[in-house]
Each structure stands twice: as C-alpha cells, then as structure tokens.
Write a protein that binds this ligand. Structure first.
Ligand code: ZN
Ligand code: ZN
Length: 177
C-alpha cells in the first residue's frame, strides 16, 4: 500500500518535473506547437485542452504526457497500480486545471488544503494561459520559479531572442559597410 502510494506520488512529481523542463519550457523557448495550440487565445481552452480532436492539439497533449508515461513505465515493476493511479490522477488534474473557463472557482477549504502542498489550482493555470511567461508546472507550483529562471537564462538563445539579435545585426550591418 505504502509502495503504491509512493509510486503514485513519484509518477506525478518526477513526471511533472520532466514534462516541465524537457517539454513545456523548451516549447516556450524554441518551438511553436505548444504556443499555437495550448496558448491559442481565440479558443476556449476547455475546448482546446480537453475536448479538441485537432491533431496538433492532441500531439501537444501527447508529447507533454510522454515524460509521465516514461516515469510510470520505469515504476511499473515497483508498483503498477501506483503508477496507473499516478497517470489517472495526472489526467484528472489536466481536466480540472482547465475548468476556469467553465466557471469553476476553487472553494476556500480546498484551496486551504492544496496551497501548502504546492498543487496547481485551476486559477493558477488560468494565469499561464493569460500570460505564457508565468505559472509553469502542470501539477506542482514549486516548478514555476526554477522554470522561469531557466527561461530567463536561455532567453538570449530563444526563438524570440535570436530573432531580436538578428534584427539588431541587420540594422548594424549597413553602418559598418
Ligand atoms: Zn492549459
Ligand atoms: Zn505553456
């Protein structure tokens, strides 16, 4: 029982860590798939995060889930029920964290329980949809600060950063010639 509970927690903790630092943050820095799909402000994000069948939306969701699946596979021999429960809770959290669009407000008592555990509330994740530079971490909020630190560190070699540097270089070029 204890081993299963540990496997559940490790699936969520390590899965979120790997997904945040090896998928979500790199997507924000170098790619467009996640920004085009998950941060498409023209659509309700309940639609594009939960019920959409658009292949690129599904691909973003699947790639974000791969780290959790890898961790669950590694824990399979330790406790497969624990790993499965971790994946199930992770999926429930995906649905729950996108309910702000449907009018969900976290009640004070639940907020009181989840805040000390560092668990992302729908209101927190709503912040990430409104401002893609904040509120990283799918399930755990304590990944937000290191994720932002990494984003800041890699900003000069990000897609945006390199474009900006390219524009500066072309502006400087005529003066040098
Ligand atoms: Zn989202
Ligand atoms: Zn994002």
């Amino acid at each position: 029982m204890l081993v299963a509970a540990a496997a559940t927690i490790v699936t969520l903790l390590v899965g979120d860590f790997a997904s945040t630092f090896f998928y979500h943050v790199p997507q924000h820095i170098w790619f467009t798939l996640h920004l085009r799909t998950h941060h498409d402000r023209r659509r309700s994000y309940w639609d594009h995060a939960v019920i959409s069948r658009d292949p690129s939306v599904l691909l973003d969701g699947f790639l974000g889930a791969v780290p959790y699946l890898i961790v669950a596979a590694l824990l399979w021999r330790v406790s497969w029920p624990g790993a499965v429960l971790g994946l199930a809770l992770g999926q429930l959290h995906v649905w729950w964290r996108h309910t702000t669009d449907l009018g969900w407000r976290t009640p004070a008592w639940l907020r009181g329980i989840l805040r000390p555990l560092g668990i992302v509330l729908p209101e927190d994740h709503d912040g990430h949809h409104r401002n893609p530079d904040i509120e990283f971490g799918d399930i755990f909020r304590f990944y937000d600060a290191p994720a932002r630190a990494l984003l800041a560190k890699l900003a000069p070699i990000s897609r945006r950063g390199m474009k900006r540097a390219g524009r500066r270089a072309t502006r400087r070029a005529p003066a040098q010639a």
